[in-house]
Write a protein of this length. Structure first.
Length: 520
């Protein structure tokens, strides 16, 4: 087949789908979480001078309308600074000068009210309020009065102490020898995020050109640091360090730590034989091991986990129905400052200034519209999920219905991709807890009696309940669980039961029988 450039003329009309930048923005906003959305809106507020963040009022949540449906006061009433006129026709220059002057103000050590010789607003407020009205009245005002006992400067730290910083402070106190301190610093750098030492002492000695005995000596010192178990080279050593600190590392416990692989397999009969301990002593030692921390370094050097903020609230109404409402606290409130636009547009004579203003106004209007549409779409999808999963809210997880994106999309007359974006990183607060919206979408397992299908999540919960309530003398095998589920009208294969059991972290029937026989 010959390949060569050629011209081709097509007649007739054709249709093609083109995603405009506005449409791309709307899709992007739809799949954002509330934290990502807040960051995006803050960036747009800095970039677009016509956008204004509304403050100072709280709207009542409603299942019928969203925060974007309210009509707050006009932009001019919300921000009186929006009526400031420019001094000249060059809009771009004036905006740059305004930004530059604000940056100069931000670099000052004090606010503008403290620059003047007269009494500042802050001083006047403190004088009128009195010295006992605020715990901060004596801070930063040149007062020699002692701070209150409740004030704690450590509570004002901007970040938590890392593992490296925590260990370095202890090293500087425990090791005074420069060579030993250098070895300790190298060991701190060789720790992984869980607090385990990734290099052997002979490797450290070879790398630093130090004596191997000196490295072992420093290792023995740093292994006494807080948190207990730090600088261990394996799990057994980590547990031994912690148990030694608790004065529980006796010869029998050492034998148990040497056979952790048997403990993982729940082979308690062999453990009792190797350790020379009876059933009660073995159970006590295992409980002490469970109280230890196998990852001592995990508590340091990590960002603070942000709590999950639900996007939707579901509450039971007085008539037995469900009241679905948006969490307005997670919805950014922005308005278009039309008054400011009208004022600056009067002095815009250059074509590039007019173009800039038009683009800013168009982007601002579209952002407000996109936020409103995003809130409406989330509420619509959440309502349909609640309608489909009413039995789950009333009776629990065993009554969770199988649900897919197409079912919800057809019910609310939207595309499946839209529903998928809405349910991504969105959470719903229900009387049974906070769940991600995707949690309610589970695959279906057919009914053996030809009735309604069962949710995979509900079946997993039934398997967990069966195993939790099983008799120690009659451990349920996977085949027996399949028979019991079939009697409940659930058509499921044995390999599916095994897959669900492993996903739940439940051992096999052989391991459970061995465990309960040894400890029961």
């Amino acid at each position: 087949m010959a390949m060569a450039p050629r011209f081709e003329l097509r007649q007739g009309q054709t249709q093609s789908l083109v995603m405009t930048p506005q449409l791309q923005q709307a899709i992007k906003l739809l799949q954002m979480s509330n934290l990502e959305l807040t960051e995006y809106v803050e960036a747009e507020l800095e970039r677009n001078p016509l956008l204004e963040k509304t403050e100072g009022f709280v709207e009542k949540r409603s299942s019928d309308t969203t925060s974007a449906d309210r009509e707050p006061a006009s932009a001019g009433e919300q921000n009186g600074a929006g009526s400031t006129e420019t001094d000249g026709p060059d809009l771009a220059t004036s905006l740059r000068d305004e930004a530059g002057s604000q940056a100069t103000v931000d670099q000052l050590d004090a606010g503008l009210e403290n620059v003047y010789a007269d009494e500042s607003q802050a001083d006047a407020a403190n004088r009128q309020a009195g010295p006992t009205d605020s715990g901060w009245s004596s801070v930063g005002q040149g007062s020699s009065a002692p701070l209150g006992e409740e004030f704690n400067f450590e509570a004002t730290l901007t970040k938590e102490k890392t593992l490296s910083e925590h260990l370095t402070e202890q090293l500087n106190i425990a090791v005074t020898d420069p060579a030993g301190r250098m070895i300790g610093v190298h060991m701190i750098g060789a720790l992984n995020e869980t607090g385990y030492l990734t290099s052997e002492p002979d490797q450290i000695a070879e790398t630093l050109g130090a004596d191997a005995g000196k490295v072992e000596e420093v290792l023995a010192v740093v292994q006494t640091f807080d948190p207990a178990g730090i600088f261990a080279r394996n799990l057994g050593e980590c547990l031994a360090i912690q148990l030694r600190e608790q004065d529980r590392l006796d010869p029998v416990m050492e034998k148990l730590l040497d056979n952790l692989e048997l403990l993982a397999k729940h082979d308690f009969a062999e453990l009792m034989k190797r350790c020379g301990a009876d059933k009660e002593d073995l159970a006590e030692m295992i409980e002490e091991i469970r109280d230890c921390n196998p990852r001592p370094g995990s508590a340091f050097g990590h960002e603070v986990v942000q709590p999950v903020l639900p996007d939707v609230f579901v509450r039971e109404a007085t008539d037995g129905s469900w009241h679905v409402e948006l969490n307005n606290e997670t919805l950014p409130r922005v308005l278009v400052n039309n008054q400011y636009y009208a004022n600056v547009a009067k002095g815009a004579t250059r074509e590039e200034d007019k173009t800039y203003l038009t683009e800013c106004l168009s982007d601002a209007n579209w952002l407000v519209k996109s936020l409103d549409q995003r809130a409406r779409t989330i509420l619509k999808v959440a309502r349909e999920i609640v309608r489909q999963q009413d039995a789950f809210l009333v009776y629990g997880v065993q009554h969770l219905r199988p649900l897919n994106l197409k079912t919800v999309a057809d019910a609310i007359e939207m595309h499946e991709s839209t529903v998928s974006r809405v349910t991504s990183n969105k959470y719903m607060a229900t009387p049974r807890g906070i769940f991600e919206l995707k949690y309610f979408f589970t695959s279906a397992i057919a009914s053996s009696a030809g009735g309604e299908a069962h949710s995979a999540e509900a079946v997993r919960q039934r398997i967990r309940d069966m195993i939790d309530s099983e008799d120690a003398k009659k451990i349920l095998s996977d085949d027996r669980i399949v028979e019991m589920l079939n009697q409940l009208g659930i058509d499921i294969a044995r390999r599916t039961v095994a897959k669900y059991r492993e996903a739940l972290g439940i051992p096999s029937s052989v391991q459970r029988r061995r465990q309960k026989k040894a400890l029961g």
